[in-house]
Design a protein around this ligand. Structure first.
Ligand code: HAM
Length: 426
């Protein structure tokens, strides 16, 4: 039946989603491979969790009044009635995996690496996608501040060496624990109430529901109010103060420069003690965010498991690499260009390519082109030093012409000897 012409717009991808074309695909692959190698060196072991998780995994851990739980989760109900969500982040799934697989019985700490797609129904804008890729590191089962510093150091090396992004700024704070935060929240709420007429509508609501998040508001008027807000550092209990002090000491000894940001809080409720973010210079786009989350396992019904981690936004890093001209990929030049002439030869082309693939000889070809000229033009563009010419005669003789492109000298070689012959030449 003939296809009817239609005026309908072609179907496009859903809002906030992205296609990745070959050039960027290769850039991402190379970055992720280098990042993974750095993480493995520091002792992280790769794991993978499902993209769909039970809704309660996130509602019980991220905080009822966080943006993610309030409005950003992609929920779905299965035919059987299960409430599932597309995972919005990786820390709760990693903690679930640790408990579910009894990793507390293994030597501690357990160091995990993961990479993959995450989903948040946010307003798409620069650096904010609805499907985005994160590369995460988590160290579970240990309170020692050396683990906080290990997470920071590994991500610094990843940004500097795998992405070529320098200089990186580390902003760090301690958000205390649930004990010392109580007194701080009381003081902060009193202060914010007094200033409520200057706060945005959202923050006015947050005074009651989640005052800490007001410190993270990007509205100009709220940011101003933050400047004189009480600082959590003055309310830390002794164990939290000592933990923060020791974390900074490890950073000093490791010659990792940092900037203490007394108002740095993170957008998720599970954090305790260390909270940190990495940006390039003083850019506002956070490339890596993370911290300690010693109470998360208990929220999931496990026992207390001290843990620290962070996640890197791969999409943001790739955009920065492009902006800074760090997106050049070394192109491997092919050694050989394969030319076929006539149907007889064309039909046997895949057999010849297989000989080359098995011999690990990189080859370019254009099997859909039939003219010698068209194929020679392409061969010239690839700058391959050798052209293989396979015509009707060669196809009948089970041979092939190997032509040195520069000297124009050529030799006919039996197919049975082609791999050996080329290996000697290349
Ligand atoms: P997060 O700050 O929500 O933390 O995300 C970490 C990083 O993921 C961000 O700094 C950013 O680079 C990237 N990212 C987040 N949302 C988007 C988005 N919509 N589009 C593009 N990139 C995005 C977490 O997710 C925690 N689980 C990190 C963590 C691990 N904390 C402890 N362990």
């Amino acid at each position: 039946m003939p296809i009817k012409p239609t005026k309908k717009e072609p179907v496009q991808k859903a809002k906030g989603m992205h296609d990745i074309l070959p050039k960027e695909y290769l850039l991402r692959k190379k970055f992720v491979e280098k990042a993974a190698a750095i993480a493995f060196f520091y002792g992280f072991k790769p794991v993978r969790t499902p993209i769909l998780e039970k809704e309660e995994l996130f509602t019980t851990t991220l905080g009822e009044t966080t943006d993610i739980v309030e409005k950003e989760m992609y929920n779905l109900k299965t035919k059987g009635g299960d409430k599932l969500v597309l995972r919005p982040e990786g820390t709760a799934p990693m903690t679930r995996l640790y408990i579910e697989h009894g990793l507390h019985t293994k030597p501690q700490p357990v160091m995990l690496y993961y990479e993959g797609s995450f989903f948040r129904h946010e307003n798409p804008q620069k650096g904010r996608r609805r499907e985005f890729e994160q590369l995460g590191l988590e160290i579970l089962g240990e309170t020692d501040p050396i683990t906080d510093a290990t997470i920071i150091k590994t991500f610094l090396v990843i940004l500097e060496e795998a992405a070529g992004l320098k200089p990186i700024t580390l902003r760090i704070n301690s958000v205390g624990c649930k004990n010392c935060r109580k007194a701080y929240l009381k003081e902060l709420t009193t202060y914010l109430r007094k200033k409520s007429s200057y706060l945005c509508k959202n923050c006015n609501r947050r005074i009651k529901t989640n005052p800490l998040r007001i410190l993270d508001c990007k509205e100009e008027s709220c940011a101003k109010i933050k400047e004189e807000a009480p600082q959590i550092i003055n309310y830390l209990c002794d164990p939290c103060k000592n933990h923060f002090k020791e974390t900074l000491e490890v950073l000093d000894s490791s010659e990792i420069p940092y900037y203490i940001d007394h108002y740095l809080v993170r957008g998720l409720d599970y954090y305790s003690r260390t909270a940190f973010e990495l940006t390039i210079e003083d850019d506002s786009l956070v490339l890596v965010g993370g911290g300690r989350y010693d109470s998360l396992a208990k929220m999931l019904g496990g026992k207390d498991i001290p843990a620290v981690g962070a996640a890197l936004g791969v999409d943001r890093v790739i955009e920065k690499m492009k902006e800074k001209g760090k997106d050049d990929l070394e192109k491997k030049k092919p050694k050989v260009f394969f030319i076929q002439l006539g149907n007889e030869a064309k039909f046997k082309s895949l057999k010849i390519l297989e000989i080359l693939r098995k011999a690990k000889i990189p080859v370019r070809h254009s099997l859909t082109k039939n003219s010698m000229r068209g194929q020679l033009n392409l061969a010239g563009k690839t700058k391959a030093p050798y052209a293989l010419i396979f015509g009707q005669k060669e196809s009948l003789d089970n041979s092939i012409i190997v032509k040195n492109v520069e000297t124009a000298s050529q030799e006919t070689v039996p197919l049975s000897n082609l791999a050996e012959y080329l290996k000697k030449k290349l």
